[in-house]
Ligand binder design. Sequence first.
Ligand code: DLL
Length: 434
Amino acid sequence: MNQIWNPEYEAMSRDELRELQFKRLQMTLRWTYDNVPFHRDRWSAMKLKPSDIRSLDDLRKLPFTVKSDFKAAYPYGLFALPLEKIIRIHSTSGAISNPTVVGYSRGDLNTWSELCARVAVAGGAHSHDVAQISFEYGLTTGAFGMHAGLERVGVTVVPTSTGNTQRQLKVMRDFKTTVLVGTPSYVMHLTEVAPRLGYDLKALDLRVALLGSEPWTNQTRDEIEKRSGMSASDIYGLSEVIGPGVSYECWNKDGLHINEDHFLVEVVDPETGEPVPDGKEGELVFTSLTKEALPVIRYRTGDLASVSCRPCACGRVFARHSKVYKRTDDMLIIRGVNVYPSSIEAVLADLEGVDPRYRIVVSREGAMDQLEIQIEVEPSFMADTVRKLQAFQSGVEERMRQELGIRPRVRLVEPRTVPVDELRKVVDARDKPA
Ligand code: DLL
């Protein structure tokens, strides 16, 4: 069923959209100037006031916001509302370093569920569906965002959360799941193990997969669709901007429509910060147009993609960005979890008696990404009892889990095992999209 959740906005004319964007931008800039000293101080230092932004293009006069601004403002420094008006907090992982913390007012949660409803319907979900959400229900945004959006559509939501593949499959069969929501790597993994566990996915009721939170290729999509009979769509977003609900594929699966009535997109050269020509790849930069608790102004995502306003056969006017495969920084995404090599370094630096000679090896086993940290230790250390070594290894793994949000494998290796040019570096052995 090819439907549009909110045609009044998703299919409005581009002229009307431009007008709405500018009106909302002016409101957002005034709101931010009045309520977030961080932005007000920076704009004032440049002798700029919201009234100096007289067109959408003028936005370029304002400075970018970057991830480290969130870290420096930890936890609530970028909020435009007092805590009593904030009714939800989400956060990235981080136990030693400061995570990125985001907050939502009641109005923001309403907006968020509206945007995720658009995502769900564009992917093919409707009110008769049963949706199984295998994103983690925790501090991160994926599960709660899609949960609210699907409920708004009237879908029956089954919050299975992550892991426990055997139970996921049982629920899928017995509860008659028709929509599966999760990371592409986990869903790919499910398609691989299902036959071994006695399940034929094609014989179940599955119809639609809404997948995101990490890069994935069209090849993976084809494979998932072939093995499960589902139609799989890409969903994109990031916590700072709102979570899932920033952009989404329609049934054409030819780029992700950006919810432009709520987010203004720019594509800039990552080196110079200058806009790139239309249709050329650059870094996606978003400005929120309706957020109350945490307005973001020219937020540099670190994600590389191109944007096009070419009309889409689905009838939506929103511009589309290409699938996101690459980033401007060294952030790794392992099974949907964002991992910075600097966080791994911070955990190791915190450990007594460990010479931080290590390398980070990322590989793919079956459909699942594996993160291994190989740490060089002295031979005297290796001479310890197996039990002691194992206790040390699992201690480090646990510290890593607390910091990173996923548990890597820690392997202790002899001195000079790690090639000098790979010391403290990431060796990423995963396939790259062509
Ligand atoms: O991953 C929000 C989300 C949840 C989106 C569920 C979609 C589905 P963060 O944890 O803040 O938020 O991570 C955001 O993940 O900047 C991208 O680098 C990457 N990312 C998210 N979705 C996609 C996607 C959520 N569909 C970071 N394709 C972003 C490629 C993605 N990368």
